[in-house]
Design a protein. Structure first.
Length: 879
């Protein structure tokens, strides 16, 4: 495994159809935490007419085989062959009934894939290839069948027994045992199978669909969390209604179950009618969850619900097509959140996330197209590229075809492919055919990796009253691809005059002026657009609503940016202009810092931020977004060689400079927003809290902050305000920070989700003392290296969100982190691989740091029996 990245790769081009159809899968589970017996029975039918016999090939992993029989004959070990994860039964007849029995060991399963134990209950995670850890089966998404699942268990230990579909029958057995049988009428791939067994409490509601189907909605949680399910339930009902109204899609069963677990590798999982969620995306109560948590829950509940059509009813042919369901479903959840909250704020957050996480991926050692051509370990491809960039590609269809055209395409997609396992090409064809357009060139977005750059230049001809924009596109080569083609890039522009008024737009070939935003579609390497009847040199408002996943280069002056910040009608452009100006100023100070020069605060930035803060018309949440300075990692991405300490110093210097200049205004705005009203969950209240807490974070850069933070902490009736105050006190080294932290700990010590926040606010603190604190916190009783949420909250945050800590010049952060990756690899390879990717950008640092990081990557790569997951990440990074 260690040296053989290519040898272990699986290629998209090698896809072949599975030769068998399977009619129904009957599963029987004799449930126990230590060991569970799994019996399976399935009927194979050979596809096509030509052959009389065919090998049956199945996947399995970590299964203790008890018995195998084919058509009533018990097989002996000479009747089949097991090699790695495949079992082959040669020359099976055209119609064959296979029965298997295996034993699995849930309590010892720390990888959290297959059947495992969480607290006192058992559950499964099968995507992408976890079903093979439960039983022998063709574990690939294009093999779809109906499932009938019978579970038997001790009633007092496992009173609740759940699987997909409808409960068909149940009964009692001797010795305090019972059984339940579930039947899912929809054929599904194995990755959507789920089972839950244990002592869980539930909250119930219902939803009547448009056609009158009464659906029972149940959220299962551990008893003590019953008072935290209300928001998740409300989000689910909103999602069901929204999908009917916006996409004309209705739920298709009488039951919808959600189960929350504290032990989960990802956010949540869309198993048919039995979603399993990381408890972080279910549980919320105002005193224990932040506004961001509430929004996250709404988004993820929506996401998993929307998968029922985009993922479950129509699924992926193979895992290379993952973005078919994920890009589309992320687009749907983004639209849901935009319709439920503020569209503009949602858009900005999505863009910040894409730039912050996906752009570095595109530019790094794991660069891949949204539809990859090869992989070693599919779990490493649940990436920002497949999900978030994938969603942006779907958004481009929407931008180009409009809502009506897009929905026509969706309709045709379901007409053609309901019940099938298909490809991204099938989706594109449905969009193209429904709208009578040619999308062949657009399809390049699926196969090309890397972030395209669009360079914009302009020319104003005063005599002719013409304004010409020249757009040039270019995609830099990436680790995985040497040659790049031109792409189809929708590019919305507006023009402002010096007063900030929007100009009516008329292109040279148009007869009249119309509208103030024009959608240009760049397809060639270079294109020119000339606007006529332009009376003065305009300020270009470029790339409105962020219409493609590209980087835009235009040499904006600060005066132009100031105009956009103050007046642009497009919230994204307004925000982006503020980010550009702040970035420009911070990077300039970073250079001065490196050259031993004194840093300065720029007066145009002061004016712009004063303007933002004085705006009483705009949504406070938008103002909050505009006031948040670009983070250190994003700034690092803009530098040739990352200057870790310089960026930190320059950003801090600018924030302090802004704060001290604007202190009176900040205090005024803070006071006005800190109105002592009791907590409410409305998006208006969330927006006001967002701006209030941004003001507080600036005030904390001055002597005016600490007393306000202390007062806010004391008065707070919600976790958003509490956390903002404590986090602020920690960051400014307030003498009361330690006391506040220990009070928080005393109050929340039994609450695992809140303790995650407690770990995070300590791990994120910049500076050299934090590594030791993180080491100490690993010994805290609430920490467990086996729990992914804990690992992410403490170790992940330190490595990925604390640049001055992780990149300490002596390499101590690197050594510590590599130790954790190695430790985790023996427990949970998926999480270990995510953690290992903290080293992915190592080549962008100065020589001493590069050397230190490379040494740690080599140390990890040399570990015996390293998992394929981690091996793929570190060997790619080292290449
Ligand atoms: N399909 C889920 C994501 C997911 C993927 C893998 C998992 O386990 C390894 C779990 C969940 C989603 O998109 O929400
Ligand atoms: Zn998904």
């Amino acid at each position: 495994m260690k040296d053989g990245l290519s040898a272990n790769s699986i290629y998209r081009k090698d896809y072949t159809v599975y030769p068998w159809d399977i009619d129904q899968l009957d599963l029987y589970f004799d449930i126990g935490s230590e060991s569970t017996v799994v019996r399976a029975e399935m009927e194979f039918h050979l596809k096509g007419e030509e052959k009389e016999t065919q090998d049956i090939v199945l996947n399995g992993s970590n299964l203790q085989l008890v018995s195998l029989s084919l058509n009533g004959h018990l097989l002996s070990s000479s009747d089949y062959a097991i090699s790695g994860e495949t079992l082959t039964i040669p020359h099976a007849p055209r119609k064959s009934v296979l029965k298997t029995e295996v034993k699995v060991y849930p309590a010892g399963n720390s990888a959290l894939e297959g059947l495992y134990l969480s607290g006192a209950f058992l559950l499964t995670q099968c995507e992408a290839q976890g079903f093979r850890k439960i039983t022998w089966f063709p574990d690939r998404p294009d093999v779809m069948t109906t499932y009938r699942v019978t579970m038997e268990a001790d009633r007092s230990e496992f009173p609740v027994l759940l699987s997909n579909g409808n409960q068909e029958a149940a009964g009692d057995l001797a010795d305090g045992r019972h059984w339940v049988r579930w039947q899912d009428p929809f054929p599904k791939p194995s990755y959507l199978f789920a089972l839950v067994a244990g002592d869980l409490a539930l909250v119930e509601d219902n939803f009547v669909t448009r056609s009158g189907r009464d659906v029972v909605l149940r959220i299962y949680v551990e008893e003590e969390n019953l008072d935290r399910c209300e928001h998740a339930m409300e989000s689910l009902i909103n999602a069901m209604r929204w999908d009917e109204e916006r996409f004309n899609l209705e739920y298709d069963l009488d039951i919808y179950h959600i189960v929350a677990t504290n032990d989960f590798n990802m956010g949540a999982m869309e198993n048919k009618s039995l979603n399993i969620f990381n408890s972080k995306y279910v549980l919320a109560r105002p005193d224990a969850a932040t506004d961001a948590d509430y929004q996250g829950i709404e988004g993820v509940i929506g996401h998993e619900y929307f998968h029922n059509w985009t993922g479950n009813r129509v699924t992926c042919r193979d895992w290379f097509e993952l973005t078919l369901k994920e890009g589309l479903t992320v687009f749907r959840d983004e639209e849901f959140s935009a319709d439920m909250q503020s569209r503009a704020v949602k858009r900005i957050r999505v863009v910040r996330d894409l730039r912050g996480r996906q752009f570095p991926e595109d530019d790094g050692p794991m660069s891949h197209p949204i539809r990859p051509d090869r992989y070693v370990e599919i779990n490493n491809f649940y990436t920002a590229t497949v999900y978030q960039k994938g969603a942006t590609i779907i958004r481009m269809y929407h931008t180009l075809l409009g809502e009506a055209g897009f929905q026509k395409g969706m309709k045709l997609y379901f007409e053609r492919h309901d019940g099938q396992a298909v490809t991204c090409d099938d989706f594109l064809a449905a969009m193209a055919d429904a709208n009578g357009v040619d999308l062949e060139r657009f399809g390049r977005w699926y196969s090309q990796s890397g972030t395209p750059q669009v360079h914009v230049s302009d020319h104003y001809d005063a005599a002719a009253q013409k304004y010409t924009l020249t757009l040039k596109q270019h995609t830099p080569v990436t680790h995985d691809q040497q040659t790049k083609q031109s792409l189809v890039i929708p590019f919305a522009v507006g023009l402002l005059n010096a007063k900030g008024e929007e100009l009516p737009l008329q292109l040279e070939n148009e007869t009249d002026a119309s509208g103030s935003t024009r959608l240009l579609v760049l397809e060639k390497a270079q294109q020119e657009y000339t606007f006529i009847n332009i009376a003065e040199a305009p300020v270009p408002s470029l790339f409105r609503d962020y219409s493609a996943p590209v980087k835009i280069f235009y040499d904006y002056s600060h005066a132009q940016l100031a105009t956009l910040i103050a007046y642009d009608s497009d919230a994204y452009v307004r925000w982006d202009a503020a980010q550009r100006m702040a970035q420009d100023v911070i990077l300039e100070q970073c250079r001065r810092h490196a050259n031993g020069k004194e840093m300065k605060v720029d007066s145009s930035l002061l004016r712009a931020f004063r303007g933002i803060l004085s705006d009483h018309q705009a949504d406070p949440a938008l103002l909050a977004e505009a006031m948040i300075l670009p983070d250190e990692d994003y700034l690092a991405e803009q530098m040739e060689v990352v200057d870790v300490d310089g960026i930190h110093a320059a950003r801090k210097f600018i924030k302090q400079g802004l704060a001290s200049d604007l202190v009176a205004l900040l205090a005024e705005r803070y006071a006005e927003l800190n109105d002592g009203q009791p907590y409410q969950k409305t998006s208006g209240d969330m927006a006001r809290r967002a701006l209030k807490n941004v003001c507080l974070s600036y005030l904390l850069e001055t002597s005016a902050g600490e007393s306000r933070a202390i007062a806010q902490l004391e008065a707070s009736d919600n976790m958003t305000d509490t956390l903002a105050a404590i986090n602020g006190l920690i960051l400014v080294d307030s003498p009361i920070a330690d006391g506040a932290l220990s009070e928080f700990e005393t109050r929340w010590r039994e609450d695992t989700l809140v303790m995650d926040k407690w770990f995070t606010i300590q791990a994120i603190k910049p500076g050299p003392g934090t590594l030791n604190r993180v080491r100490e916190l690993m010994q805290h009783p609430a920490f467990s290296i086996q729990n992914p949420n804990k690992v992410r909250a403490l170790i992940g945050v330190f490595a990925m969100l604390n640049p001055t800590g992780f990149h300490a010049a002596d390499g101590s952060g690197y050594t510590f982190h590599a130790d954790r990756v190695i430790e985790l690899d023996g427990l949970n390879p998926q999480i270990a691989a995510r953690m290992a990717s903290a080293f992915n950008r190592w080549k962008r640092y100065d020589d001493p740091r590069k050397k230190l990081m490379k040494a740690q990557l080599q140390r990890i790569a040399a570990v015996d029996n390293l998992s394929g997951d981690v091996s793929e990440i570190v060997n790619n990074a080292l290449r």
